[in-house]
Design a protein. Structure first.
Lengths: 398, 89
């Protein structure tokens, strides 16, 4: 089988995998996507749906985020804003998209100083963030507590429904000729001599080996296992988080709310529920001293209490709402906190997109990765290139 | 959500309101049954109808003036309540 047959295998039926399938299919390709469980069953469907374009709190903690990195992150965010704006129209689907603005709040003087520095950095990188005082912030969002003394406002932030986005991509991709196989596992992968890959795909009752011209690994926290099938290290580490939904309430929050000094994300869905998250840990399952992704992470009660306490202190009205659901999910984080998206140089035709931030940036990563598969080298993926980990693979042989 | 056959004995007719519009229901029905029967809620929008999903949460002003959110599928309708729909209901 020659490289030129051009068939693409996508491993992973999350947001990125389904969005890559759609991008390729609309350019006339007939990609095949395989997913070991069901579509959207991993982090893509279990996150809290924030579209956060401001620099994340976790990047402010490590003080020396280089200017160049901030500029490149800002450029990715700007691209993502454009991609989300057009998404519902292009997919012909309602994905619960709401881009009504986002506020990252500060309660103490030192947090306000950090926020001001953040806004200056963002503005220098061309982002539209504005610094507001507490009163101005409460003018935008009347339910913010009086303890909020400053807020960074970005008009494009918001949220979308994680239960709908991936499936909308998948449906649109299938309509354009993509093939989606769920409950199908990749049992073996090998690079063929003239280029291309052969993959052994196993479902309940069948096992078959097929050839593909190109391969996309978009398996989230499972991506290192897929990489191992090709003798490649991908330095991604599983992380377990938990999120909460309150009962529905009358309209209360039109904005995405985050906190510069505490883990918090809050938004109100169109059904009226308040979703509360912000990166509070749950507990990864383990067996024989190893983390086990196949089992659901365990809830941490301290995280539940802590998260709800921050939510209550910033939007006191949620104190009146009953907690309806708490759920856990796992994602993956890379050793340098940036996602890994791009071509794997040592394996021509093999691409990867994994490592977190992939709800907000997922549609953009998928679009850019599809351009890479088409032979381009998108500048925006410079920041996330797998090439930065070539040193980890230098002893892996060919 | 109301069996329409002859010779059914129903509770007394009670008046209440939904988003300011006056309606009636029979005592013994749940608020959600009353909302469906008065045409305010499309039945497929109800998910579990047994108190688990919370999708039928409404805000109710009771005759004594207290305001509470309740699951409409578990709460009997009574005379004089003012129901306010929330979200997608």
């Amino acid at each position: 089988v020659s490289h030129s047959d051009g068939r693409v295998l996508i491993v992973g039926g999350g947001l990125i995998g389904c969005a890559v399938a759609w991008n390729l299919a609309r350019n006339g390709a007939r990609p095949k996507l395989v997913e070991q469980h069901e579509l959207n069953s991993g982090a893509s469907g279990r996150n809290a749906g924030s579209l956060h374009f401001q620099i994340e709190r976790r990047f402010l903690e490590s003080s020396d985020a280089a200017d160049e990195q901030v500029a490149r992150t800002a450029a990715l965010s700007a691209a993502a804003i454009g991609d989300w704006r057009n998404l519902e129209r292009e997919l012909g689907a309602n994905v619960g998209l709401h881009m009504g603005g986002g506020l990252m709040v500060a309660e103490t003087e030192s947090q306000a100083v950090l926020l001001e520095l953040k806004v200056r950095t963002e503005q220098a990188a061309g982002m539209q963030t504005q610094l507001l005082g507490g009163r101005e912030a409460r003018k935008l969002c009347s339910h913010l507590a009086t303890s909020v003394i400053a807020a960074a406002y970005m008009p494009e932030e918001g949220h979308a429904d994680p239960c709908r986005v991936t499936l909308a991509f998948a449906r649109a991709a299938v309509k354009l000729g993509a093939t989606v196989c769920t409950r199908t596992r990749v049992a073996a992968l090998s690079a063929s001599r003239p280029g291309g890959f052969s993959a052994t795909l196993v479902s309940d009752d069948t096992s078959r080996t097929e050839s593909f011209g190109q391969l996309v690994i978009a398996a989230g926290a499972w991506s290192p296992e897929v990489g191992a099938l090709l003798n490649v290290h991908l330095p991604l580490f599983p992380v377990a988080l938990q999120m909460h939904a309150t009962e529905s309430a009358l309209p209360l929050l039109d904005h995405l709310i985050q906190h510069v000094g505490a883990r918090l994300s809050m938004k109100q869905t169109d059904a009226g529920n308040i979703l509360i998250g912000g990166g509070w840990p749950s507990c990864l399952a383990q067996r024989d001293g190893r983390f086990e992704l196949a089992r659901r992470p365990q809830l941490r009660f301290e995280s539940l209490e802590g998260n709800l306490e921050v939510a209550r202190s910033i939007v006191p009205a949620v104190d009146q709402l009953r907690l309806l659901r708490t759920w856990t999910g796992s994602t993956a984080v890379c050793s340098d906190q940036l996602p890994i998206v791009g071509a794997i140089n040592r394996l021509p035709g093999c691409y990867v997109a994994a490592g977190g931030s992939a709800f907000t940036l997922g549609p953009t990563f998928a679009r850019l990765l599809s351009e890479s598969l088409g032979g381009k080298t998108p500048e925006l993926l410079g920041l996330t290139s797998p090439a930065r980990f070539d040193h980890l693979n230098q002893f892996m042989g060919r | 959500m109301r069996i329409e056959v002859a010779n059914v004995e129903r509770g007394e007719c009670v008046a209440f309101s939904v988003d300011g519009v006056s309606c009636t229901a029979y005592s013994g029905e749940t608020i959600v049954a009353a909302l469906v029967n008065s045409g305010h809620v499309h039945r497929p929008n109800l998910f579990c109808n047994m108190g688990v999903c919370g999708d039928c949460t409404v805000q109710v002003t009771w005759p004594d003036g207290t305001v509470r959110r309740v699951r409409a599928c578990l709460t009997p309708v009574i005379a004089g309540i003012a129901v306010r729909r929330i979200g997608n209901l």
